[in-house]
Design a protein around this ligand. Sequence first.
Ligand SMILES: Cc1cc2nc3c(=O)[nH]c(=O)nc-3n(C[C@H](O)[C@H](O)[C@H](O)COP(=O)(O)OP(=O)(O)OC[C@H]3O[C@@H](n4cnc5c(N)ncnc54)[C@H](O)[C@@H]3O)c2cc1C
Length: 498
Amino acid sequence: MGKKHICVIGAGPGGLSAAMLLSYKGYRVTLLEKASRVGGRNSGFELGKYHFDAGPTFLMMSFILKELFHEAGRNIEDYLDLIKLSPMYKLNFPDVILHTSQDKIKLQEEINHFFPGNEHSIARFFKRESSRYDHMYPCLQKPYSKFSAFLSKDFIRAIPHLSLTRSLYALLSTYFNNEHLRVAFTFQSKYLGMSPWECPGAFSIIPYIEYAYGIDHVKGGLHRISHAMEKVAREEGADIRLSTPVKKIITDTKTRTVGGVVLENGESVQADAVVIGSDFGYSMQSLFEDGFLKKWKPSVLRDKKRFSCSTFMLYLGLNKLYNEPHHQIIFSKDYKDNLDRIVKHQKLGNDYSFYVRNASITDSTLAPKGHSALYVLVPVSNRKDLLEWDENEKAEFRKQTLEIIKKRTSMTDIEKHIVQEKIVTPADWEARYNVFLGATFNLGHNLRQMLYFRPRNSFEEAKRCYLVGGGTHPGSGLPTIFESARITSKLIEKQIPL
Ligand SMILES: Cc1cc2nc3c(=O)[nH]c(=O)nc-3n(C[C@H](O)[C@H](O)[C@H](O)COP(=O)(O)OP(=O)(O)OC[C@H]3O[C@@H](n4cnc5c(N)ncnc54)[C@H](O)[C@@H]3O)c2cc1C
């Protein structure tokens, strides 16, 4: 006792990383989670004998996760079994199928074969983008609490690499003269829930990172990361209380300081600092007393800020294992039109792009022998479109998506092999997972919502209040969420020393 007490709201990747790091540093940590298991969007669930990840399936920059465990005094190998995927994924265009690889020779051969005239493009891409990455990444690892952060040496050196005036698509088009190749190297903006035509050019570091460092799978599913973090935090003495929703953050309006939280069950938990790991928009809407927030009011978020798309999910337990790759993206004929419709909240029609994960081809622990746990993610508009996703809409969209799978893959008889099934819609993300607008990838990553302009790790609206997770700096996606916890825990160490 006598230690500084940090209360963390939400055991998603952000809250868990923070709890793990802070408890290892010696803080008394109480992590409060509304659900009955940890993980948030990165949690797992079972349908009969089939095991699923709710959200993340691509682990990029696994070295950051390793560093995080190391910073908590652990070897990741003692907790998780990481598997590098090769090929990385199948890009299923209506007229070409491309298998991408981290192996540069294989990648080059594939490109030479399908896209003659782009033989030198890849070398140029790696040379230029590795330099951009080297300059930019260190800038993402720092807090932007003050405007003067833009005057740091690192940031000034990175300015020529920011490509502020170009979209990701425009920037990558300077390397590749083929439309499919341009899409192959820009669709990664969907990891941020954005279209390559609206995503800033600086995010070309994402395709670079993917090809330079590869993609990992975690044996048993990516939600195992959440359980591993829970284990480390508990080993370090953190008190992790599941099925314990927070009702309000305790604030002093005069001093604009937080002092702890009140739980839904009426109990008060006093703390020296509160770390908000629950979804940013939801937290602003629900956890502060009315009138406390000045800058990030829910009405401002809803009307003035940009949020990512949402996702329609199909989790299928199949009594068959198809010979389809671990990751596959099925592209519609007109990809740009498809993404524009999502941004403009229009109906998708009957030709749209989506992602299919057949992880059982790599990982036999997810389903009984000869069976598979199939995961389908369709990017759709967030809840600003006010679509109810009632039973009819769900059934229609499910049917349409299975039709496309049947036409575009070898899973032509998929329907008769479905033995377990679950659907999650944007409305479910909002209601069940407390995700504001069901925007699964959080606040958008346009320039006005990045760095200093994104909600800050040391939260600008209240003292002793900190943010982690996809809604704060550096952004949504697992590696950046891990970075957010690293940045925030360092700030706490400095501002609230033990
Ligand atoms: C379908 C999908 C696919 C994705 N794919 C990838 C991918 O392949 N790779 C990748 O890097 N990223 C991916 N992402 C993005 C990334 O995984 C998520 O953005 C990330 O999990 C969000 O983490 P978080 O900690 O910010 O929030 P969350 O995971 O939402 O965690 C917040 C936690 O707070 C809890 N909570 C909410 N309200 C309260 C309350 N009042 N009291 C207590 N607890 C509360 C929630 O239950 C939850 O556990 C994906 C996301 C989704 C949804």
